[in-house]
Structure formats: C-alpha cells, structure tokens
Design a binder for this molecule. Structure first.
Ligand code: SAM
Length: 245
C-alpha cells in the first residue's frame, strides 16, 4: 500500500515541488507514495473565503481560524481515517529520526501548514493533532516544514533507497552523528583520506567509524551525547547505574 501524504495548505500549488524530483520524485511516479495538497480556503464559509482574523488581545498579524482549519482537518480525516494528523508549528515537539521512522512505517500522514501568526489554539484542544516543529527558528509557513518531514519519511519507504541498509548507519539512527565520509581522489589539496579507510581491514574500519561517530557527537552535539550516554547507563529495570568516566 502506498504512503498517503495529504497536505492542508493555502498554497497547494507548492506541492509536490522539490519532492517531485530525484529519489522522492521517482518514488512518486512509481506510486510508492501519493501527494494530495488540499486548499484550506475551500473550507471557508463567508463570501470572502476568509481563513484568518485579527489576534484576540491585539498584536501584529493575523491568526488562522479554528473553525475553518477544523473543517479542513475533518475532511482529511474522513478521507484517510487511519492516518495521523500533524500540524507544523514552532511550538510543537521537535521532529526526530525516531518519529520519522515510525511515521514512515505507517499508512501516511496528513500535514496542516500554518501561515501568518499561526493557528487558533482551540483547534489543538478540539482535535487529536500532533504539533511538530522542525527546529528552533521561524519559517514563514508550514509548507517548508512539510517538505522536510515528507522527504525524511519518503526516503525510508520500502524500495525507495538503493540498498536496503543505506539508512541504518546514518546520523541519529543510533542516537549518534554518523562518522565522516570520504571518496576519491585520495589526495586533494594536500589532504589524504585516513589511512585506515584504505586498509581493507573491515574490523579496523568499523572500529574507526564507531570511535569517530562517538567523538564527533561528543564535541559537536553534547545534547545528543548526553542522551545517548544516559540511555546506555540506564539498567533494564530503569534504575540508573553508576556512570563510568
Ligand atoms: N507566530 C508564530 C510563533 O512565533 O510561534 C510563528 C508563525 S510562522 C510565521 C507561520 C507558520 O510557519 C506556522 O504557523 C507554522 O505552520 C510554520 N512554521 C514556522 N516555523 C516553524 C518551525 N520551526 N517548525 C514547523 N513549522 C513552522
């Protein structure tokens, strides 16, 4: 069964956009996933087809209306009742590779894209919607976030990546950053590829990669390293073991 992506947006013409080329584009053409952008404005009820109004309490910009968004979400849920609904918002839970993997193994995803100052909070109280952020910065709309989320999911769908193991060792899969990669030429601007990678000794290569993966995670992403180490020193019963230095 194909992975069904439904995108609720004020700019349906943006899709599939960059997802129509390369790996994702091929997978789309092969029917491994489907892309159905839906115009939120079609669910407006007034003659001006308004989707937003001024913020309660005052302030700059406009806020997307809960009633219009709820109608759009309900319509998507009626089409794909088994698919989770996610809303793009900087107030959401940061997207992780683990969440991407879980979504990719499911039937699809419905993504609600915000614009303006965001969406009326009552929508999230009234509907089971998972609020997702793609990082601690502010985009002008949720569509870019939808591209990020969909791209991350699509490459994990069965048969999309060349080798079935391509994704296994990548950054975040084991809670660590991936080791650095090199390719020919062997000498470039006076710099060589680490000797061990040219040794042909698979055990040594594996040990080098593991140690670089750990060292780089430790220095570049102390937050990831701390979480990884925390999980490692946790006993099966959940009690914390004494951490070795
Ligand atoms: N006023 C909002 C705030 O400060 O939280 C930002 C609104 S932003 C200009 C408009 C829309 O872009 C949001 O409703 C959301 O859909 C999307 N967006 C912006 N940054 C995002 C992020 N980091 N992750 C996911 N979606 C984001």
């Amino acid at each position: 069964m194909s992975f069904a992506a439904t995108i609720l947006t004020l700019y349906p013409e943006m899709f599939p956009g960059p997802l129509g080329i390369s790996l994702a584009g091929r997978a789309l053409a092969e029917g491994k996933w489907s892309c159905e952008p839906i115009q939120i404005r079609d669910f407006a009820t007034d003659k001006h087809r308004s989707v937003d109004d001024t913020p309660a309490g005052g302030g700059a910009g406009m806020v997307m209306r809960a009633d219009v968004l709820a109608s759009a979400v309900d319509d998507a849920v009626a089409r794909h009742p088994e698919v989770p609904v996610l809303a793009m918002t900087p107030r959401g839970k940061p997207l992780t590779q683990a969440r991407v993997r879980a979504l990719a193994s499911g039937p699809g995803v419905t993504i609600l894209c915000g614009r303006f100052e965001g969406m009326d909070e009552r929508l999230f109280e009234a509907r089971p919607i998972e609020e997702v952020s793609i990082g601690d910065y502010v985009l002008s709309g949720g569509e870019m976030g939808a591209f990020v989320l969909l791209d991350a999911c699509i490459r994990l769908l069965p048969g999309v990546m060349g080798a079935p193991s391509s994704g296994d060792e990548e950054s975040f899969e084991s809670g660590l950053l991936e080791y650095p990669q090199y390719t020919r030429p062997q000498l470039w601007e006076g710099r060589t590829i680490p000797e061990v990678l040219r040794s042909g000794d698979h055990a040594k290569v594996e040990a080098w990669r593991k140690s670089r993966s750990e060292a780089d995670t430790r220095s570049r992403r102390p937050d990831l390293w701390e979480r990884h180490e925390g999980a490692r020193v946790q006993s099966p019963s959940g009690a914390r073991l004494k951490k070795k230095d």
